[in-house]
Design a protein. Structure first.
Length: 329
């Protein structure tokens, strides 16, 4: 079987390629350029990994597509007073869409990556290493791609992967983890000058200043620059009036929220699930999920959940199986 592996220059993708090669598959690497700062070093790393593994490497430029589909989305979402999820969008539009389709055009039967997640018959499951689980970032990948996707690291811990790399004398084994998104500073991405505005409480009292509401996320506590003994949390972003609304912790949690842009589009399995409203940490719940006539999901949380940020993704699980997800409204 011919398998293309998305090579990033990091240890995870290199070990994934090694596993597949040792399993007897014909393996070649694919990597993409996106026009990001410092990218040349990543490409050099990908070539070095491919050379070490003795596999061919194809490089394809998706910088125009990335700018159109990912960077524009980031800017628009921030300026609307919401918090984008760049990694989810990049996987949906480029990394787990254009890149595997490019690989298939080069003769690959399957596409593989170094993601920590599992996939079976086009269905995503959480990884064995729960601290490294990346299933959250993959919920919007199209089913036809998932059915031809292999995730060799899903049954391994990060420590085990490093041990495999060390056993094969990979210099990559000593590298730190790569970041999922390397887009640069928020101000640089948004392309806006600093725009001073008020930080206010729920009753409208001005208690501080900010230099751009897009630099804040609902649930954020640190870095607000507000003195005094009371800890404040970001409750909402008022983009129309250029204000950041803050309040005490008890006001930053919720017993319910709405989710739109749901996938799969025909999801109708109402019931109880666990949910992740951000990439870090364990799923919360159980929560009760109901589908409305317009396709949105209504989520009821018997135990209040904090930091439910509009624009971020809510991803639902039935045990280990990822069942659905969408954008928090």
């Amino acid at each position: 079987m011919k398998v293309a592996v998305g090579i990033s220059g990091g240890v995870d993708s290199a070990v994934a390629a090694l596993m597949l090669r040792e399993a007897g598959h014909e393996v070649f690497g694919v990597t993409m350029t996106l026009g990001r700062e410092g990218e040349s070093e990543e490409v050099k790393g990908a070539y070095a990994a491919a050379e070490f593994l003795k596999i061919p490497l194809e490089v394809v430029d998706f910088s125009a597509e990335w700018k159109k589909e990912v960077l524009s989305y980031i800017k628009e979402t921030y300026l609307s007073g919401k918090t984008p999820n760049p990694c989810v969008r990049c996987n949906e539009a480029v990394k787990m869409n254009l890149l595997p389709r490019f690989a298939f055009s080069k003769g690959a039967d399957f596409f593989a990556t170094g993601h920590y997640a599992k996939v079976k018959d086009g269905v995503i499951y959480r990884a064995q290493d729960k601290k490294k689980d990346q299933s959250y970032f993959l919920y919007r990948v199209e089913k036809d791609v998932l059915k031809r996707t292999l995730l060799p690291l899903g049954d391994f811990t990060k420590d085990a992967v490093r041990e495999i790399a060390l056993a094969h004398s990979f210099e990559l084994a000593k590298k730190g983890d790569s970041q999922d998104f390397c887009g640069g500073d928020v101000l640089e991405i948004v392309g806006e000058e600093e725009r001073s505005g008020d930080i206010i409480t729920l009753d409208g009292k001005v208690i501080g200043k900010h230099s751009g509401f897009w630099r804040y996320t609902v649930g954020k506590r640190k870095g607000l620059g507000i003195g005094g003994g009371t800890p404040y949390y970001v409750l909402s972003l008022d983009s129309e009036n250029n204000r950041v609304v803050v309040g005490p912790r008890e006001k930053s949690v919720t017993n319910g929220f709405m989710v739109g842009d749901v996938v799969p589009r025909d999801f109708s399995e109402e019931g109880e699930y666990t949910v992740k409203v951000r990439s870090a940490g364990e799923p919360k719940g159980p929560v009760k999920v109901s589908r409305l006539a317009d396709g949105k999901l209504q989520v009821f949380c018997p135990e209040a959940i904090g930091a439910v940020a509009p624009g971020q993704s809510a991803v639902f699980y039935d045990g280990e199986r990822l069942v659905s997800g969408g954008v928090i409204l």
